[in-house]
Design a protein. Sequence first.
Length: 202
Amino acid sequence: MSAKYVQHPIEQQFHARSRRKLLIFDADGTLRRCTVAGQPCPNKPSEWELLPGVKDLLARYKWAPDLMLGVASNQGGVGLGLLSEETATNLLVDMYVEITGCWPPSHMIQVCPHAPTAGCDCRKPKPLMLQRIMRAAGEFSPEETTFIGDQAGDEQAAAAARCSFIWARDFFGWDDGVTEVLSDGSVLGADPISAAIRRSSY
């Protein structure tokens, strides 16, 4: 008996309702992870790597003009003085290029540089970063937009922006989270404590 073909969420979203589709991704815990144990987000180029399966899946698609990829990321380390907004943005640009082989279109990477307690208008779960990307991509509607993330705040941001949401674990097919031994011998995602550290917000 031949195996039943199951469409990936990208194909399902692209062919549903509209021939245009905008996929916006969270960064940390969704597309990349920090390789410094106990540190939620990278502060320098040597401190991140793509999560398993991310490049293999996303590099297969031609991103533009009808299938667009954006990134919306809380980077509270900027507000805490751990890195500059320019560095945080450049790290995300490097990630985008690593995944797609292309330079990101203008404003398709949105960063909230404020500290978690700043009370700003752009930090997820508020929808402003998603709305900015929707406008920058060419006035995509919420119905044409899907946000992929790994945190409850990501799901809430999608709801506030009135777009659909897919958990990163479902999108990339991670069964029980991502567990891997880092170069220093520490383990990410192997137990509830390390998972909580990795998921803690900047």
